[in-house]
Design a protein around this ligand. Structure first.
Ligand code: FAD
Length: 459
């Protein structure tokens, strides 16, 4: 229990807000994106600047409080908000500065990807992100970052040049190839284990208008589509990204009425080469099998990045299961189709994101992210806005994953994982795990930052 005077002194030292149970903003401030999460932190420090983050980290350490770091609040298991302890909330630290000449993008630690797309697009630049623009830059980048640009420009961390961060002892440091390179290695995939990142410096990539969008086929065609896709995506040009999905056609525009609520399979494509070449690049795809719905065409990058936002507003129930996948066998395809046919709600889906192409050019040992040799990061998500569906979403995702896990790698993409225990975290970091524990010991010996997919400090 903290005394009133201790809390008052902490509050006075902050330029941002300190929110406590009973305050009018408390319930809103403790909410995260996943409606299944309902945690009640002791205090929420909505930091205004780096000094506030230092104050909050020092306070948590001195008062021996559990700490969570909240970026965009999208984490699968709500790792942005803890029970009882202190939430270091970065949501007020949202800014993006673009240097168009040097193609450098400086992003505040609490920014969302939509902020980045909005600021960079007028300059013909983009940073590889995820596929929903309301996701936080912080959690997504520190876990790796997979999206429409992965095959052309690699993971988000492959465009990261430096971070500025507050360590467990309150020091403010830079991590880059030149400064604290061990820390820079570890934060590229190691999540929020090493400190609070107050800003990210990215290299901007030349992206403006893509030839992109979803292409859907009948569920009965799924085995044939998957067999074709597994070959195609391995040889596709790097400018062409395409993730496979089982989905239900949303019951509304712009989708044609005859397909509403229909379970289908598809690939969401994103070609970032010259738009005029788009039709030629897609000729063999369209020739393979005429799609039942073809929404691929020229689209500005920010529109592509936010295409799915309206389908997935905050507050839905989400249950996640994931794995990395090296090869997709015929047996695995049969199991995918069996479970894909049983999507429990229209928002539920299974995605297989390719991580080959440019992402695979970096060696596993060069960043903490240890699965560059896998072909896909697969994720099964049961999603609905009705809390009564929680069990159905969970059971479907677990059954699906149980069936496919024997055909998958031991680890999963850290940003798609639930609370799955230490062995699973070890499997996810593979040969990099030991080195990560040593870096953790150097920068966070007492594991202050442990409310995450935790890497324990070496003994
Ligand atoms: C709808 C949806 C779509 C998604 N799509 C993709 C996708 O296409 N590609 C992809 O790669 N991932 C995707 N994800 C997963 C996403 O990467 C993770 O959920 C990620 O944790 C979200 O980051 P956040 O900052 O919003 O999360 P938060 O819940 O705020 O934070 C998650 C954790 O990240 C760490 N963290 C966040 N910010 C900081 C910071 N500034 N400094 C230090 N640690 C920090 C902390 O450990 C924190 O507990 C998606 C998630 C959702 C819900």
């Amino acid at each position: 229990m903290l005394s009133d005077s201790t809390i008052a002194a902490f509050k006075a030292a902050l330029r941002g807000q300190l929110i406590a149970p009973g305050d009018p903003q408390y319930d809103e401030a403790r909410k995260v994106y996943n409606g299944m999460i309902d945690r009640r932190p002791g205090l929420i420090a909505r930091c205004a600047d780096v000094a506030d983050v230092q104050t909050a980290v020092n306070f948590a350490r001195e008062q021996d409080l559990l700490v969570s770091i909240r970026g965009g609040g999208h984490n699968a298991i709500g790792l942005g908000v803890c029970d009882d302890g202190l939430v270091i909330d970065l949501s007020a630290m949202r800014y993006v500065h673009v240097d168009p000449k040097k193609k450098l993008i400086l992003v505040g630690g609490g920014s969302l990807w939509g902020d980045v797309d909005h600021a960079t697009h007028p300059f013909g630049l983009a940073v590889p992100a995820g596929i929903i623009s309301t996701t936080g830059v912080g959690g997504l980048t520190l876990g790796g970052g997979i999206g429409h640009l992965t095959r052309q420009f690699g993971l988000s961390i492959d465009s990261l040049l430096a971070v500025h961060m507050v360590l467990a002892d309150g020091r403010y440091v830079t991590a880059s190839a030149k400064e604290n390179p061990d820390l820079f290695w570890a934060i590229r995939g190691g999540g929020g284990n090493f400190g609070v990142v107050t800003s990210f410096l990215f290299k901007g990539r030349p992206v403006h208008t893509n030839y992109a969008g979803p292409m859907l086929w009948e569920m009965d065609d799924a085995p044939e589509v998957l067999r074709w896709y597994r070959r195609f995506i391995k040889k596709a040009p790097n400018e062409l990204n395409g993730f496979f999905a089982f989905l239900t056609v949303p019951p509304g525009p712009p989708f044609p009425e005859h397909l509403h609520n229909k379970k289908m399979c598809g690939v969401v494509w994103c070609y970032t080469g010259p738009v005029k070449n788009g039709p030629k690049v897609f000729k063999p795809i369209r020739a393979f099998k005429a799609p039942a719905l073809d929404m691929v065409g020229p689209i500005p990058h920010p529109a592509m990045q936010s295409m799915f936002d309206p389908l997935y507003p905050p507050g839905d129930q989400w249950y996640w299961k994931a794995d990395f996948v090296h090869e997709l066998s015929d047996e695995a395809i049969a199991l995918h189709v069996e479970h894909g046919r049983q999507l429990p709600t229209w928002k539920s889906t299974m995605h297989m994101y390719p991580i080959n192409g440019t992402a695979a050019k970096v060696k596993n040992k060069n960043t903490a992210w240890a699965y560059r040799d896998a072909t896909w990061a697969a994720v099964i998500v049961g999603v609905d806005n009705d809390p009564a569906k929680k069990e159905a979403l969970t059971n479907w995702a677990k059954d699906y994953w149980d069936a496919l896990h024997p055909y998958s790698a031991p680890g999963a993409y850290v940003n798609f994982m639930m609370d799955e225990g230490e062995d699973r975290v070890k499997a996810t970091y593979g040969k990099n795990y030991d080195r990560l524990t040593k870096v953790k010991k150097k920068y966070d010996r007492n594991n202050l930052f442990r409310f995450n997919q935790n890497i324990r400090p070496a003994k």
